[in-house]
Ligand binder design. Structure first.
Ligand code: ASP
Length: 439
């Protein structure tokens, strides 16, 4: 069953697209709305709900177990330092790729640019009505300002651990797990009895993941069908080049990551892709790196033979702060909007190398700050827009295709974390002897 699961998930995805297309052709009838509500009950409420149920304890016990098994401050710094350097470097490469492509392809200079600019006010009202929820999230982010955002982020790191677990605040969970783990190591033999207990709880949570994943082909079918069914036709017309630019950027970045996997991780791209295909598909359908985390850990440990210590430390941290796909998208999206609306009120911006650098840096930061949940990248994009003086009232222009792009950026985020675990495992020499076993 386990060996066939990825095929069943793939079939579920295809069936989901098909059912979604049928639903979108039905138009917004009561029957279509009811079907979508039932699909959401299975996909969102049951499946994503179950994955979210285990993600907070998993992050906590994974990191705690990794830190306690490292057992020396030097090894903890070694692993932590290398992980951060790797993540920062690959995120920067992702943003650079996106910026080069958007400046070359110039998707904002579409043939319909003048028409869009002329009718923007009407379009904005319609888009805001249709995507009210995202609009509200963006308005909230805008009200906060940069300093307030920093203060709020710090509050999310240093906080009551029970509150962070209850609210799924990954940064707070990670921080507490790291300091508690260091304290357990510092206490020495008196604290040693808890170490195997932490490992055992971790193993039990991974067992739960396996059970949830057994139903994933059906749940993924529901998720995809509901999304495709509610997308609606015609949204891609004006945004086609923008979508293509993001997708091309993502494809180029994935090629870079696979190259790094080969050269620095000594793992062939084919073997790597086969090893993580299940996590990739779950990320694509759930649009949440956090919800995918249990599956990602399972894939790299069992299929790619990354050592448990590395996987349990590098992947939860990566799901929280390493978002290559999101970073790439944020840079492209803001430059696209400047190309499309530049010169209009609230977008009086002249592109210069300095401004491009500002977009580069803020896109890296915004991706680090983005939560590993659906639509998060769209919200933190406000930070990038504000840094260059682009009014957030232009962001609704890209709402319509955001869910689609979120699927690609989330799966790239997970791919980036997984490549990171393979490479860092090799760097820190925790890796077992390379095996010839295919996943
Ligand atoms: N959905 C993405 C993730 O979970 C974040 C984003 O919206 O870009 O990784």
């Amino acid at each position: 069953m386990r060996g066939r699961l990825h095929w069943l998930i793939f079939i579920g995805m295809l069936a989901g697209v098909l059912l979604g297309l049928i639903l979108s052709r039905m138009g917004a009838t009561p029957a279509q709305q009811r079907t979508i509500a039932v699909l959401d009950l299975f996909g969102q409420t049951l499946f994503i709900g179950a994955l979210k149920m285990i993600v907070a304890p998993l992050i906590f016990f994974s990191i705690l177990s990794a830190i306690t098994s490292l057992a020396s401050a030097g090894r903890i710094w070694n692993l932590g330092g290398k992980t951060l350097v790797y993540y920062l470097a690959t995120t920067s490469v992702a943003v650079a790729i996106g910026l080069i492509l958007v400046l070359t392809i110039r998707p904002g200079h579409t043939a319909r640019r003048d028409e869009i600019r002329q009718h923007w006010q009407e379009q904005k009202v319609t888009l805001q009505q249709r995507y009210g929820e995202q609009e509200e999230k963006i308005a909230q982010a805008e009200r906060q300002g940069a300093l307030e955002l920093l203060r709020r982020n710090l509050e999310r790191v240093i906080m009551n651990p029970f509150a962070s677990l209850a609210e799924n605040q990954s940064l707070g969970i990670i921080f507490f797990a790291i300091v508690l783990g260091i304290a357990i190591v510092a206490v020495g033999p008196a604290a040693q009895p808890v170490v195997p207990v932490i490992g055992a709880i971790n193993a039990a949570i991974m067992k739960l993941t396996g059970w949830i994943m057994a139903g994933s082909p059906f749940f993924i079918l529901c998720l995809i069908a509901s999304l495709v069914g509610s997308l609606g036709a015609g949204v891609f017309e004006t945004l086609l080049w923008y979508v293509l630019t993001v997708l091309l950027g993502i494809a180029a970045h994935v090629a870079v990551l696979l190259g790094l996997c080969r050269v620095l991780g000594n793992c062939s791209p084919l073997r790597f892709l086969r090893g993580i295909r299940q996590a990739w598909m779950v990320a694509f359908a759930t649009r949440s790196s956090a919800a995918t985390l249990p599956v990602t850990i399972h894939c790299v440990q069992d299929n790619l033979e990354v050592s448990p210590t590395t996987a349990k430390f590098v992947l939860p941290l990566g799901a929280t702060i390493n978002m290559d796909g999101t970073a790439l998208y944020e840079g492209v999206a803001v430059l696209f909007l400047i190309q499309l609306f530049g010169g209009m009120p609230g977008a009086e911006i002249t592109l210069s190398p300095v401004l491009t650098m500002v977009i580069f840096l803020t896109a890296v930061l915004a991706s680090i700050g983005a939560a590993a949940v659906p639509d998060a990248g769209l919200v933190t994009m406000v930070l990038v827009a504000q840094a260059v003086g682009l009014s957030v009232e232009y962001i609704p222009m890209i709402f319509a295709v955001d869910a689609l792009l979120d699927m690609f950026r989330t799966s790239t985020n997970v791919l980036g974390d997984s490549v990171g675990s393979v490479i860092i495992d090799r760097w820190t020499r925790n890796r077992k002897q390379p095996s010839t076993r295919e996943p």
